[in-house]
Structures are given as structure tokens and as C-alpha cells.
Design a protein around this ligand. Structure first.
Ligand code: ADP
Ligand code: ASP
Ligand code: MG
Length: 415
């Protein structure tokens, strides 16, 4: 059987931990499995490399930034190969390009177009462990090295599990599964035994960074089961798979995201074509807009607000300087001090009153709601960033999601 295991940054943070990963890989290999390992860069290395790039250039060229960041994963893959050799097994480390991960040419968030895993199967057939550098590929067009977006090693692992028809993709991380809320923020958060692809997709899209959103999308589209578990224990974690027909709780969890800011465009003419013009400018610049709210018009003008990644704030403001004179907007501002809090659950579809209960919980906690958006299985609100912990805990508690305290305990939860 082919087993795909992915180890995140904390799991390979130093040589001791890499040695422990090698032990786990050995265990699977000696049990007769053919093992494909996907690794992230060690610890905070990617953050450090991004910082160094920014010290040298306010807008580093995408090609060069990708070249730089992919180096992090190359270090961990080769060190792990050495650790495996030291245990008497053989391993072949492969970059994303060597592993046949073919992407489009969008640097920094390339999409996988195809996988040609010939060198992986060759390595497995030769009796070696195959180790693949996560989060990277090669552009079909330009042949340049690309990266799949932050957290993208999850997507590498899922895509390889699909391409190699592995029965499961194991994601080893620093928490033993998917919880009802980020266990670092909510001390009573409870581990979920199982969660559907749809719900996990919403949780991940709303900030539960335990899985990259694209990895879940890929898993859903290709029918891959994901097992999220701890690299520090042998305990079963959380299964992310097709929704079972079993009775499910109405709510799966609460997610939060502090990576977005709120753009407000005041007093634009209330007439056809204005929103189209603004959001076309963002789309053309590849800026991903999330929630959008337009107020009721007054005096022939209206306000439009939207949320978008904080990192894109300056670029969005710059773009609007041009567009706003054309459309006649009177003021544009960007507020980074916000957070998005989302409640996710497939049972919402058939249970009325969930939104009302969420808003009640927030009001009881004294948290003001600035924006609201919903999907069939999600309700999201924008609140002040300073309220995020209170908001997540209030909603989590109101819906009775908690259990016994989680492994991070009080101290970490308060950090
Ligand atoms: P890795 O480096 O292994 O990829 P990440 O840091 O990307 O790990 O993701 C794991 C982290 O995700 C956890 O440490 C936890 O703080 C965070 N997280 C956020 N929401 C959740 C959730 N609902 N369940 C579990 N972990 C979550
Ligand atoms: N090292 C990359 C990051 O920090 C990819 C990953 O860890 O999945 O985003
Ligand atoms: Mg991650």
C-alpha cells in the first residue's frame, strides 16, 4: 500500500524532530508500506526568508521570491533523507519539479495543473522512501519554480495522494486533529473525530489554518480522505472525508481570521456600473476580495465596504486612487484592526435561528458586529480585532461546542 505522510514546519523544526520523523517513516516502511513523505520548511524558516526578502525590496519579484522560499523545503527534505539513511533504509529526496508537480505560472500562489510522478514511483519501486519538498512545483509555461501559497505543503500531499491513488493522506502537525475552534484561542475546544470536506473547506477558508484551503478543495474534488494527526503521538486524529449519512451535529466549529482588513469606499454614486468598475480593478490585479457590503443609497450616493488580505491593503488603496476619481468616490480607507469570526456547520441548512443565536452570543459578550455574510453552511461576522478572543469564545460556548480542556491548556490559550 502507498502511504502519503506530510510533516509540517513544527514537526521538522530541528534535527531531533527530523530524527523522530525518520522513526515514524521507518515504522511504516518496515510494516511493508511504500512511503511518500512531504515536508515543510523547518520551523519559522519561510517567515524568516520572506522577512529577509522584504528587507531588500519592498516588492520582491515573484520569480525570485519563489526561488528563495522553495529553498526551505529543500533543506528539510535532504536532512530527512539523511536521517532515514542513518536508520538503515534508503530515501530519495525530490524537489517539486523533480516530483512532477506541474503548475500555472502565478508566482506565490500557483495552482497545480498536472502531476507526473514518474520519479516518485521509480524511487518506490527501487525500494526507497520518496521524500518530496512541499509547497512547490514548476510552471508548465515558463519552466520556473513556483510556490503554492502559504501552507501549501498540505496541497502537495493531497495532490500526491490523489495521483498515486493512496487510500489516505496523513497530515502530521503540532495539534492532534481538527478542533471545534483554534485550541490556542479556546481552551475548551474539542477535537472532532470526523468532519466533511464541505465543512472543512469552510473552516479552512475562514482561517482554521490547520489545513490549507486548497488542499481541502483538492481532496474534495478528487475524493481523497485526509487524516489530520499529531506528529508527537500515535493517537487517531480527525478524518476529513465525504459527508457520511450519519446524524451530524448542527455546528462543527468556529474559525477566526485576523489576516484581513476592511476597505471602505465612501459616497460613490449610486448608479449601475460602479461596483463592477471597482471590483474589476481588484480582479485584474489578482486581489482576492472576501466579504462585500453595500449600504442603502442616500442622496444618490452609497458606501461600499469589503474585506481583503491585509497584505494587499496598500495595493488596493493605490488602485482605488485611480478608480475613485473616475467613479467619483469621496473617501477611501483601509482598516487593519478587524477580525472575521465564522460559525460553520452543515446542519445550519435545515435549522433556523442559528444566525440569531450567534448574534445574541456576541451581543451578550459586548462585541459589536461590523459586517455579516453567510453561505448555506456558514455565518461570518467582522468584529474589532481586539474582540476576537472574546467573540470566538462566546460563540463557541453559546453553541455548546466545548469539551474537556485541550492539550494546549489555559496557558497557551492565553498567549
Ligand atoms: P503545520 O506547520 O504542521 O502545517 P500549521 O501551523 O499550519 O501547522 O497548522 C496547525 C495550527 O493550526 C495549530 O497549531 C492551531 O493553532 C491552528 N488551528 C487553527 N484552527 C484550528 C482548528 N480548528 N483545529 C486545529 N488547529 C487549528
Ligand atoms: N513552508 C511553507 C509555509 O510556511 C509551506 C508549508 O509549510 O506548508 O507556508
Ligand atoms: Mg500548515
Amino acid at each position: 500500500m502507498i502511504v502519503v505522510q506530510k510533516y509540517g514546519g513544527t514537526s521538522v523544526a530541528d534535527t531531533d524532530r527530523i530524527r523522530r520523523v525518520a522513526e515514524r517513516v521507518e515504522r511504516a516502511a518496515r510494516a511493508g508500506d511504500r512511503v511518500v513523505v512531504v515536508v515543510s520548511a523547518m520551523g519559522q524558516m519561510t517567515d524568516r526568508l520572506v522577512q529577509q526578502a522584504n528587507e531588500l525590496s519592498p516588492e520582491p519579484p515573484g520569480r525570485e521570491l519563489d526561488m528563495l522560499l522553495t529553498a526551505g523545503e529543500r533543506i528539510s527534505m535532504s536532512l530527512l533523507a539523511m536521517a532515514i539513511h542513518a536508520r538503515g533504509l534508503t530515501a530519495r529526496s525530490l524537489t517539486g519539479s523533480q516530483a512532477g508537480i506541474i503548475t500555472d505560472a502565478v508566482h506565490g500562489r500557483a495552482r497545480i495543473l498536472d502531476i507526473t510522478p514518474g520519479r516518485i514511483t521509480e524511487a518506490l519501486q527501487g525500494g526507497h522512501v520518496a521524500i518530496v519538498a512541499g509547497f512547490q512545483g514548476v510552471s508548465r509555461e515558463s519552466k520556473d519554480v513556483t510556490t503554492l501559497g502559504r501552507g501549501g505543503s498540505d496541497t502537495t500531499a493531497v495532490a500526491l495522494a490523489a495521483a498515486l491513488a493512496a487510500p489516505v493522506c496523513e497530515i502530521y502537525t503540532d495539534v492532534d486533529g481538527v478542533y471545534t475552534a483554534d485550541p490556542r484561542l479556546v481552551s475548551s475546544a474539542r477535537r472532532l473525530r470526523e468532519v466533511s470536506h464541505e465543512e472543512m473547506l469552510e473552516l479552512a477558508a475562514c482561517g482554521a489554518k490547520v489545513l490549507q484551503v486548497r488542499s481541502v478543495e483538492y481532496a474534495r474534488n478528487h475524493g481523497v480522505d485526509i487524516h489530520v494527526r499529531s506528529s508527537f503521538s500515535w493517537q487517531d486524529g480527525t478524518w476529513v472525508r465525504k459527508a457520511s449519512t450519519m446524524e451530524h451535529p448542527i455546528i462543527s466549529g468556529v474559525a477566526h481570521d485576523t489576516g484581513e482588513g476592511k476597505l471602505v469606499i465612501r459616497r460613490v454614486p449610486d448608479k449601475p456600473g460602479v461596483a463592477a468598475q471597482i471590483f474589476t480593478a481588484f480582479a485584474d490585479a489578482n486581489i482576492n476580495v472576501d466579504m462585500i457590503v453595500q449600504n442603502v443609497g442616500d442622496d444618490g450616493t452609497t458606501d461600499i465596504s469589503c474585506t481583503l488580505p491585509s497584505a494587499e491593503g496598500p495595493r488596493a488603496l493605490h488602485l482605488l486612487e485611480h478608480v475613485s476619481s473616475e467613479i467619483g468616490a469621496q473617501q477611501v480607507s483601509f482598516d487593519e484592526q478587524i477580525a472575521k469570526v465564522s460559525l460553520v456547520g452543515a446542519g445550519m441548512k435545515t435549522h433556523p435561528g442559528v444566525a440569531a443565536a450567534m448574534f445574541r452570543a456576541l451581543s451578550d459578550a459586548g462585541v459589536n458586529i461590523e459586517m455579516i455574510s453567510t453561505s448555506t453552511i456558514r455565518i461570518s461576522v467582522v468584529v474589532r480585532r481586539s474582540d476576537v478572543e472574546a467573540a470566538v469564545n462566546a460563540v463557541h460556548e453559546h453553541f455548546g461546542l466545548g469539551g474537556e480542556s485541550n492539550p494546549f491548556g489555559e496557558s497557551v490559550a492565553r498567549q
